[in-house]
Design a protein around this ligand. Structure first.
Ligand code: NAD
Ligand code: UD1
Length: 337
């Protein structure tokens, strides 16, 4: 049988690059679309180095309908994994239109181009942020959606658009993956998370402190109703998230309709537990100070992963220590190459 070809949008980004590695290792042919607005072409070179495979790259923007149509006209695409999006919550509050344009209009552009090309299988990057404020943990896929910032709204809207599309035409296979908190890096140390400027998310901040690029970690809040007072999240290794895409793709090839799945470990970890795990994994101490809560943060949430375990045959494998070790290896190696 001919290998299937998958278009990966945002394939040069943090999660996309790890998914490309898993897809190539599993024998898929790839085309990658990215405008490199939040990534470097070098990451794709490293994906090729890790897998010893090659693929086509399209330096194109989701907002450019013609580029999308040309891409589908030029090559046969069996399915799409759609990572490309803007993802900074704070920036989305300041520049909502930019976020709706890329994350919602960009997704519509992609779906229109797919429809024209009779390509009707898509795995979409959603987020645990769609569960909003009032749902108890563990989060279940059938909870009501309730975004609390423009970034979250773009994910809720894109999910609704995809559900409507599946309802309109039984040919569509749509998998919505709601990621919890991806951290870590590929064990090669070659690809990982490399935010520009001062990191917003916890793990890139910790690695920057560990290597001395930043003086200390500010822990946002020590008075939450949690075991040690710090915020609790469901941290998951990015390679486990990437493997979840492989499972979702296989599911999309076998099922039509639209279905949402949580990708998490099902386990909550506090900020202090994460800091201590990182210290153990790296042998470095992480100076920290407990400061006031960050506006918009929830105290604690984690995933119910039963649906993904049962229907995708997928389960997170990596421990918290592994996540920390791999994040630290990338900080020491891949970050600087
Ligand atoms: P990332 O920023 O590292 O990757 C996104 C990629 O999309 C980048 O390479 C960027 O250059 C590209 N891109 C952005 N706008 C584009 C456009 N208009 N046209 C073409 N390419 C464009 O982000 P990531 O962490 O890898 O996230 C991937 C997806 O997962 C996003 O949809 C994000 O919202 C979602 N997500 C991420 C997290 C997380 O913690 N990282 C959590 C939940 C959901
Ligand atoms: C954030 C986003 C969320 C997105 C997710 C993954 C917000 C409000 N939410 O979630 O939409 O899906 O990233 O990209 O931005 N922390 C510190 N000090 C720091 C950084 C973080 O104490 O310097 C704490 C936070 O308070 C939180 C935990 O670490 O308890 C994780 O934070 P972060 O990595 O930013 O992820 P989320 O806030 O869960």
């Amino acid at each position: 049988m001919m290998p299937k070809t998958v278009l990966v949008t945002g394939g040069a980004g943090y999660i996309g690059s790890h998914a490309c590695v898993e897809l190539l290792n599993a024998g898929y042919e790839l085309s990658v679309l990215d405008n490199f607005s939040n990534s470097e072409p070098e990451m794709l070179t490293r994906v090729k180095q890790i897998t010893n495979r090659s693929f086509k790259t399209f330096n194109a923007d989701l907002r450019d309908e013609k580029a999308l149509n040309d891409l589908f006209a030029a090559s046969r695409i069996d399915a799409v994994i759609h990572f490309a999006a803007l993802k900074a919550v704070g920036e989305s509050v300041l520049h909502p239109l930019k976020y709706y344009e890329t994350n919602v209009t960009g997704t519509i552009n992609l779906l229109k181009a797919m429809q024209k090309a009779d390509c009707c299988k898509i795995v979409f990057s959603s987020s645990a942020t769609v569960y909003g404020l009032n749902n108890p943990s563990p989060y279940l896929e059938d909870y009501p959606l309730n975004a609390v910032n423009p970034y979250g709204s773009t994910k809720v809207m894109a999910e609704r658009i995809l559900l409507d599309l599946a309802a309109s035409d039984p040919m569509w296979s749509i998998v919505l993956l709601r990621y919890f908190n991806p951290i870590g890096a590929h064990p090669s140390g070659l690809i990982g998370e490399k935010p520009s400027g001062i990191p917003n998310n916890i793990m890139p901040y910790i690695t920057a402190v560990a290597s001395g690029r930043l003086p200390e970690l500010k822990i946002f809040g020590g008075d939450y109703q949690t075991a040690d007072g710090t915020g609790v999240r469901d941290y998951i290794h990015v390679v486990d998230i990437a493997k979840g895409h492989l499972a979702a793709l296989e599911y999309a090839f076998l099922h039509t309709g639209a279905e949402a799945f949580n990708l998490g470990t099902g386990k909550g970890t506090s900020v202090l537990e994460l800091v201590h795990a990182f210290e153990k994994a790296s042998g470095r101490s992480i100076p920290y100070k407990i400061t006031s809560r960050r506006q918009g943060d929830l105290a604690a949430y984690y995933a119910d992963t039963n649906k993904a375990n049962l229907h995708l045959g997928w389960q997170a494998q990596h421990s918290l220590i592994n996540m920390c070790k791999d994040a630290w290896r990338f900080e020491q190696l891949g970050h600087w190459l």
